[in-house]
Design a protein around this ligand. Structure first.
Ligand code: FES
Length: 563
């Protein structure tokens, strides 16, 4: 096949003897002729599933990639992967991100592929595929599935699922009817594709583009738009060349690329979940991203993209405004423009001709929506290893707040009591959820957006300070302190909080303080008992035995790169 270098697939198809006979013969059983064995093999990892509406159009996307691969002289072979559908999987897709990453890695490693195109969409499918491909480290490109079309109800544009939450609170407060809520249900999600606010899926698609792992412009093209299929076809053409150039994820996923991605995350008001995923992806290529780096870059990256849940527009609008290339062009004084990408060119070359077409959506760097990035990192005696808050989606008057703790010991306790009319709570209290972290839940579900007690909703309260070791959906909003590390289930200080303790949140000072004397905390610590493990067998047992804490990316200890 090649006189320049040996391809992996030659070990299957270009060998003699019984195994060469069998490999070729079984491929021919699918109807392929000898002609295909002269071409580089391009795997297409497809996370299509009818149990994942966000990725429901991926068969057509895969067809477009295949077309491109054939055009460029490659041999495309599509294979299925797990699909982590956010709406359905219990207790949380995050429990399975690492399993999917392992599956993708081992599928690539075990099969005759010279390069791979990764089709991802819904939240965890993107980091899982990138983690697996980074560990396998053969030439890889990603095509994300694109956002859904904008929702619309009675003339109001709706974003999934920021507005689902907003209207549910209105329903509980009695300001809309059951009939209206049912009507909205049919109006929010109008097509395949991932959530179309800057939630986790849109954020991860944007960051994968910023990392240089997709063709430029990929993130924001709406899922049903013909240009997404054109981009998929172009990716199919490019991967064949890319394999010949032998550029690997480890060549692209450099420290500079991660710093670019963190800056873009800050500038777009991206999901808090992106911090966990970026730390995990970087860990696969041997790069440490301490939380302090996120805060350092947050302090020096203005917020410039006016997109829900932090702002007002949706991903489809971002596409018309110029997409992530236009955001990066605006941010370019802060970026490493020499970072390599899958085009074979640098980020700087890729965005050279990008333009901003909507100045209300992508504002000038000199006139930002906020002077700092979307997400900040807080430390203190309640979170010695750090905690995360999305300041662009928080209430400005709560960013400095002292309040009395109302503690729920786990999610079941919270659901049983939060709407109890007798719950001793007012709008100045701080709601605390324990045992919702990586080991505690398990899997660190998106329970961090604790519901506002119904009696307070009915009095007009729409936000309160909330603290947990859980995550929060990237589509959610509020003054919500997340990813407290170490988590309660391993004995972190969060486990020691009691009803009535005073907690102080100081976002400008980046502090989270539990005002309880050390002697009292030590006494409580001596009495603390770990919760019973959630499993004694199977995958969940592996998860519990090996999962790392939030500030380490919630990857498995044995999957991080060996230096
Ligand atoms: Fe898949 Fe929101 S449910 S991205």
């Amino acid at each position: 096949m090649s006189t320049e270098r040996k391809y992996r697939s030659e070990e299957w198809f270009q060998i003699g003897g019984l195994w060469g006979f069998l490999h070729r013969g079984w491929m021919k059983a699918e109807g392929f002729s000898d002609e295909v064995f002269t071409k580089p093999v391009i795997g297409i990892a497809n996370s299509w599933s009818e149990l994942n509406n966000c990725n429901a159009h991926f068969r057509q996307v895969a067809d477009a990639v295949k077309r491109g691969v054939w055009m460029a002289g490659g041999f495309p072979l599509e294979f299925p992967t797990m699909s982590l559908g956010e709406p359905f999987m219990k207790p949380t897709t995050m429990l399975y991100r690492n399993l999917m990453a392992m599956e993708v890695e081992e599928n690539i490693r075990a099969n005759p592929m010279d390069g791979v195109v990764l089709l991802s969409g819904c939240d965890k499918t993107t980091p899982a595929m990138l983690m697996g491909a980074a560990s396998a480290d053969i030439p890889a490109m990603m095509v994300t599935g694109g956002p859904m079309l904008k929702g619309n109800w009675r003339g109001q544009e709706l974003g999934s699922c920021t507005d689902c939450r907003r209207f549910y609170d209105e329903l509980k407060a009695g300001t809309i009817t059951d009939e209206e809520f049912a009507e909205i249900e049919s109006c929010v999600s109008r097509s395949a594709g991932h959530c179309m606010v800057m939630g986790t899926a849109s954020t991860m698609a944007s960051l994968v583009e910023a990392l240089g792992m997709t063709l430029p412009g990929c993130a924001a093209i709406p899922a049903p738009d013909a240009r997404r299929y054109q981009l998929a076809e172009a990716t199919g053409r490019r991967i064949v060349e890319f394999v010949k150039e032998n550029i690997r994820p480890s060549d692209i996923l450099t420290r500079k690329a991660f710093e670019n991605a963190i800056r873009v995350n800050m500038a777009i008001g991206g999901s808090t979940n992106a911090i966990i995923h970026l730390v995990a992806i970087a860990g696969r290529v041997g790069i440490d991203l301490p939380l302090s780096l996120f805060d350092q870059l947050s302090r020096t990256t203005p917020w410039i993209a006016n997109i829900k849940p932090s702002g007002k527009y949706l991903m489809e609008d971002l596409f018309y405004a110029g997409g992530i290339p236009a955001v990066m062009k605006e941010l370019s004084p802060l970026l490493h423009l020499d970072a390599l990408t899958v085009t074979g060119k640098t980020i700087g070359e890729n965005i050279a001709n990008a333009r901003v077409y909507n100045r209300d959506l992508i504002v000038p760097l000199s006139e930002p929506l906020g002077p700092e990035g979307g997400t900040v990192i807080l430390y203190g005696n309640l979170a010695p290893n750090g905690t995360v808050l999305k300041q662009t989606a928080a209430s400005q008057d709560l960013l400095r707040h002292r309040g009395r703790a109302v503690v729920f010991k786990n999610e079941a306790d919270m659901m049983a009591r939060v709407d109890d009319p007798n719950l001793d709570v007012d709008e100045n209290c701080v709601l605390v959820l324990q045992n919702a972290g990586p080991k505690g839940a398990p899997g660190m579900p998106e329970w961090g957006h604790l519901p506002i007690p119904r009696k307070l909703l009915q009095r007009g309260v729409r936000d309160m300070v909330r603290i947990s070791d859980a995550r929060m959906s990237g589509t959610a909003y509020g003054t919500v302190v997340l990813h407290v590390s170490p988590e309660a289930a391993v004995g972190g200080p969060l486990a020691l909080v009691r009803d009535g303790d005073i907690i102080e949140l100081d976002v400008p000072g980046r502090r989270l303080t539990l005002h309880v004397p050390d002697e009292e905390l030590n006494r409580r610590r001596s009495e603390w008992q770990p919760p019973a493990p959630h499993a004694t067998r199977g995958y969940v047992k592996i998860f519990l035995d090996h999962v790392l804490q939030a500030h380490e990316g919630v990857d498995f200890d044995f999957l991080r790169a060996v230096r």
